[in-house]
Design a protein around this ligand. Structure first.
Ligand code: ZN
Length: 133
């Protein structure tokens, strides 16, 4: 596993939160992207060398909608960059972590992603992401 690639924050309303975080960071988000398969709309901010991803649900039954229903808005996941997501998934499985995806899937920001169940990581949803070449 390499550096923290980004931190994901679940929000109820992307437009409202884009404004809130723009005034917090002193700059606007640099892109928005919808991942229809995940029922989510995202926006990205760069803060120094770090990235923050805001996530808004586009469907009632999407994972983000369920998260907000249960826990409210807030930190949703921490994403780590990996070089080879498939071998990293294999390694983590063999270490006893619960990998939520059989195969990596296409996420936002031109990435292949996979998630680890928070049950196996002290309550933190971990995303692995590999840049698509
Ligand atoms: Zn993410």
């Amino acid at each position: 596993m390499k550096n923290i690639e980004h931190i994901g924050i679940a929000v109820k309303n992307l437009e409202v939160s884009n404004k809130l975080y723009a005034s917090l960071f002193g700059k606007k988000h640099y892109k928005t992207e919808e991942v229809a398969s995940e029922g989510v709309k995202t926006s990205f901010f760069k803060v120094g060398s770090n990235k923050i991803e805001l996530l808004e649900a586009t469907k009632e039954d999407s994972p983000i909608a369920k998260f907000i229903e249960k826990k409210g808005e807030g930190v949703h996941h921490i994403a780590f960059a990996v070089t080879d997501i498939v071998s990293e998934m294999k390694r983590l499985k063999s270490e006893g972590f619960i990998v939520l995806n059989e195969k990596p899937k296409k996420g936002a920001d031109n990435k292949l992603v996979a998630f680890l169940h928070p049950k196996s990581t002290n309550g933190v949803l971990i995303e692995l992401c590999q840049e698509i070449e």
